[in-house]
Design a binder for this molecule. Sequence first.
Ligand code: HSE
Length: 377
Amino acid sequence: MKFTVGIGLLGCGTVGAKVADRLQGEHDALERRAGTHYELRAVAIRSIQKQRPRSLDPHLFTCDARSIVDDPDVDVLIECIGGTNEAAEFVERALDRGRHVITANKDLIATQGPRLQALAAARGVTLRFEAAVASAIPIVRTLDEALAGDDIISVAGVVSGTCTSVLSMMEEGADYAEALSEAQRAGFAEADPSNDVDGIDAAHKLALLVQLAFGLAVISPRIRRTGIAGITRRDVARARMLGQRIRLVAAATRTVDGARAEVSPVLLPENHSFAQTAGVENVVRIFARDAGVLELRGTGAGGTASASAVLGDFVSVLRGIGEGRDIARRRRTNTLEPAIAVNPLFTSLTRSSDLPQYPLWDDNLTDTPAAHALLAL
Ligand code: HSE
């Protein structure tokens, strides 16, 4: 280990504080795993009043995020401020200056990922975002690396912890408003919870999954979505009487000219693995030509779980730097093709006569003969 990698961290909120705490508190262990020395050079914060992790030297904090991005001794920037305004500016600036970037910001990648990936590739640096989808579940690495030699036919799952929590609390008898404020209190809802309950957050995650799985430059505004805001306690109870549960499902399948993708509440048989999610648990099912069906489930939200994903990216980036290899590998995501068409997916699902507002989930939708025929082309 001959040199020291400079690290800059933007944001010290739910995720950023955990990341900072681990970077300092577990410094030696992380260095051993990374095989490289590193130094956390500065942490950008908005307010100096707020209490911060005790492991952090107060001298590390600055309210001038741009000074971190522009610091020539920062080799790796970790972005945990969220949102798409300042975060986009800082990430773009860092990539343009040849810094590797790790972000937990799904909104940013879901709306501007294709452009930022192209910039990272052009500058020979890497842009990592494992924490942006399903938090601790290593779905980005699975699609982008483990399955890089396969063809993905479909990807689907339950990826909104807030919506699942609200729906599972409604199954216990809570009404919608009570369940939502409880989910907010638990701290994993977005700053504006309408992003969760209107399906915007799930559509962002689905856009990322489509980019990774199909190599298509799909951004979230192009995905049709319906949220859970109209669901009543009566709907949930009626579904249970019919042996079903309502879950917000995000699903996409590859087509000849692009993809079909949609986010919507659907009725699921209660023994289906998507229905068996509760709280912040997420589940993602991948159907790949050669690997077949793979299912990953785990904690999909929260600072600790997201920090795990950020630090996984961190160690991986440092290993690449330490080995002196070109870590901006030719990823699927570096060469995204434009999606000619992104059509809704759930229109072909049947509806329950008892609860006609909700389509009935059908696994065959994402494992269709048409999809197999497409892969044979
Ligand atoms: N608001 C998100 C959720 C947090 O409820 O799943 C993680 O992206």
